[in-house]
Design a protein around this ligand. Structure first.
Ligand code: DGY
Length: 321
């Protein structure tokens, strides 16, 4: 009998076809978001699941699904999974690191450029028919070239963002749980390790790329926003809870910082309604890894992980390295 698995969300059909060769697959190509009770019900008779950052895999759910052996997240972040409870229950947890580093770093730059140079604000204004003449002071923004970039969270994505800053003649400051090895700092445009307060006080543009955990909850709140330069921009690519949305809204409204670019939100997909009333924020729907090749690579990586977890003895299920 084939092991049973659930694809919790819609995925590229080719990935389902591949997994069907080895598993009895229940898919969700309508992409309906299951309630916690529905997810537990669906997982009760499953050996494995491919989940996304939207599915909460709690201790309660794990205890209701004793047959479950593997939770394979189609994401690098795994704060949606209670890893300690999974470990206790003997459930393997996997994520999709590396395959999305460069694409996510590209998007960090897209958000930074759009935010600093007010790209979406200008486009909305133009589309609304307001453009009647060129003006010397239309949409004056901040320079990116030559500025100081602050990166909070210097993992693989942070380092990929830093490498790109070389072409913009930027100085890079970073804050991280631990300091990088000297050769990694050198590759990251000679990034300089500093404390959070120094980074926020000195950087012109700040990018958040650290993993979410109880320790990183509200890494940026009212106090930290108060340390930032009045002309500074803040980009969050990581997870919503890293920035206190209400404090950020207050800072943007009072122009304590110039602008923010956000791909993630505290209660996404619900947005704090005040974000929609502000012109100095660029808002995108959690798409930093959304290039076609990278989303395919993430899906393939999650499928490989599930095959390795549930059929470790079977040769030929994984493509050769
Ligand atoms: C990730 O991989 O963690 C992205 O945020 C997509 O969820």
């Amino acid at each position: 009998m084939k092991p049973k698995i659930l694809m919790a969300r819609a995925v590229f059909p080719e990935v389902i076809a591949r997994l069907q060769q080895h598993f009895e697959v229940e898919s969700n190509q309508d992409d309906r978001i299951f309630s916690a009770a529905e997810l537990a019900e669906k997982l009760r008779d499953k050996d494995g699941v491919i989940a996304t950052a939207s599915e909460r895999i709690s201790a309660e759910l794990l205890s209701a699904c004793p047959r479950l052996k593997a939770v394979c997240n189609q994401a690098v972040g795994y704060n949606n999974i209670d890893v300690a409870a999974a470990t206790l229950a003997g459930v393997m947890v996997t994520n999709t690191p590396d395959v999305l580093n460069e694409t996510t770093a590209d998007f960090g730059w897209a958000l930074l450029m759009a935010t600093a140079r007010r790209v979406t604000e200008a486009e909305h204004w133009l589309r609304a028919g307001h453009w009647k003449q060129w003006r010397y002071d239309s949409f004056l923004g901040a320079d990116v070239h030559g500025a100081t970039l602050g990166i909070v969270g210097m993992g693989r994505i942070g380092q990929a963002i830093a490498r790109r800053s070389l072409g913009f003649d930027m100085q890079v400051l970073y804050h991280n749980r631990s300091r990088l090895a000297p050769e990694l700092e050198a590759r990251a445009n000679n990034a300089r390790y500093v404390g959070k307060e120094q980074l926020l006080r000195e950087a012109d543009h700040v990018i958040m790329v650290l993993p979410y955990s109880t320790e990183s909850h509200h890494t940026i709140g009212a106090t930290e926003l108060g340390w930032m330069k009045p002309g500074a921009t803040l980009v969050n690519l990581a997870r919503g809870g890293i920035v206190d949305d209400a404090a950020l809204i207050a800072a943007l409204r009072a122009k304590k910082i110039a602008a923010a670019g956000l791909d993630v939100f505290e209660n996404e997909p619900a947005l704090h309604p005040d974000f929609l009333t502000l012109s100095n924020v660029v808002l995108t729907p959690h798409i930093a890894s959304a290039s076609e090749p990278t989303r395919r690579a993430m899906a393939d990586c999650a499928a490989d992980n599930l095959l390795a977890a549930l059929l470790p003895e079977k040769e030929g299920v994984l493509p050769p390295n």
